[in-house]
Design a protein around this ligand. Structure first.
Ligand SMILES: [Zn+2]
Length: 149
């Protein structure tokens, strides 16, 4: 009987020790990624909100809204023009190195035509049709715009 009691006491002690075992969750200082608030949570669970700014997304950095258009436009305008020139030159069948002069003339002519049409107030649709008819290449409005500008 005394043995039994001692076992019970052991178990109780072990239980107490077990509840404080080292791998139990430990309180960690938290930092809000939104307002940079630093605080100690009361419970080991992940805090629901930042006590500073009340944001539930305090553990995630704010996503910057990506505004691609201005960046893309500034990067690619020249690149687009280059690739279109190449494309046009290819379409005109004058992309061979030995006929570089001819390529330039045809291309310049195509661009002149487009610029004239734009100056004359023609629509992009009309310009696209003319390019397709005379130069055999299909350009959309954005491509035309990039070329004519
Ligand atoms: Zn915060």
């Amino acid at each position: 009987m005394r043995d039994f009691n001692r076992l019970r006491a052991d178990a109780a002690i072990k239980g107490v020790l077990a509840s404080g075992k080292p791998d139990s969750p430990v309180l960690q200082q938290q930092t809000c990624l939104r307002c940079a608030n630093i605080w100690w949570p009361r419970r080991p669970q992940k805090p629901l909100r930042c006590p500073g700014c009340k944001s539930p997304y305090w553990d995630r950095p704010r996503k910057l809204k990506i505004a691609p258009s201005p960046v893309v436009a500034s990067i690619s305008r020249a690149a687009l023009q280059d690739s279109l020139r190449t494309e046009l030159a290819k379409a005109l069948g004058t992309s061979q190195p030995e006929s570089g002069g001819l390529t330039d003339r045809s291309l310049v002519k195509a661009l002149d035509v487009l610029k004239e049409m734009k100056a004359a107030g023609r629509t992009w649709q009309e310009m696209a049709e003319r390019v397709e008819r005379e130069f055999g290449t299909r350009l959309d409005k954005d491509q035309l715009k990039a070329l004519v500008r």
